[in-house]
Design a protein around this ligand. Sequence first.
Ligand code: PEP
Length: 247
Amino acid sequence: MRKIIIANWKMNLSITKSLEFVKKVKKTKHMVGIAAPYTFLCEMKKALAHKKIQLAAQDVARFAEGAYTGEVSAKMLKKLNCTYCLVGHSERRVYFAETDENVNEKIKQLLAQGIKPVLCIGEKASERNKKLTKKVLNKQLKKALQGVKNIDKVIIAYEPIWAISTFQKGKQKKSASLDDIMEVHKYIKNVLEKMSKSKGSKIKVLYGGSVKPSNSQEILSLKEVDGALVGGASLKVSSFNAILQSI
Ligand code: PEP
């Protein structure tokens, strides 16, 4: 099955390094996307023109246009050929106080421009320890997708916060277990189907959280996993290629 693999570069690399990276990405049957910093997007658009790699942004304004200093609109991202845009990433929620309501507005802005939102959801370690994972995810999904008509155009990335490499202190970055991933993805798909019978079942659910060459094959071969959002391991083209070639 064709999977969707999206690199999340966060605030890393440089334009020069990103263009080098693009040249070296190996061909694959899978859908590949790169979420690059805003300032790289224009050069990346040109570099990707003849490649089967989709461009993604890491965030978007919740307003269409106007006096919102520092923001970038969905319409501007559309002009840069962005196919996808991350929304509600845990780093935005934790460091920039992003709420489910903001995420909902951003999703609507993106869909109005024909950009596919990659809605990131996930529970904190403390919530998992209290067995609140499903409750938290259910709330995040319901609020972020409230009033969204084309929910089949949205992609979900399940990213348990405790499994994201940059939130882990130890050297050995641990992903969620296969059993956890399977159970949670089944739950998410169930919630989406209940939200919309015809459209919910079409939504792709990616996993994110310490995906790397040593675990990508086992995670991505789960039938409940439609792809991966890759942070740290997407910063080196050798490890990103190894992930693409592991499936
Ligand atoms: C992320 O932050 O989206 C992510 C998946 O990071 P990592 O792969 O480094 O855990």
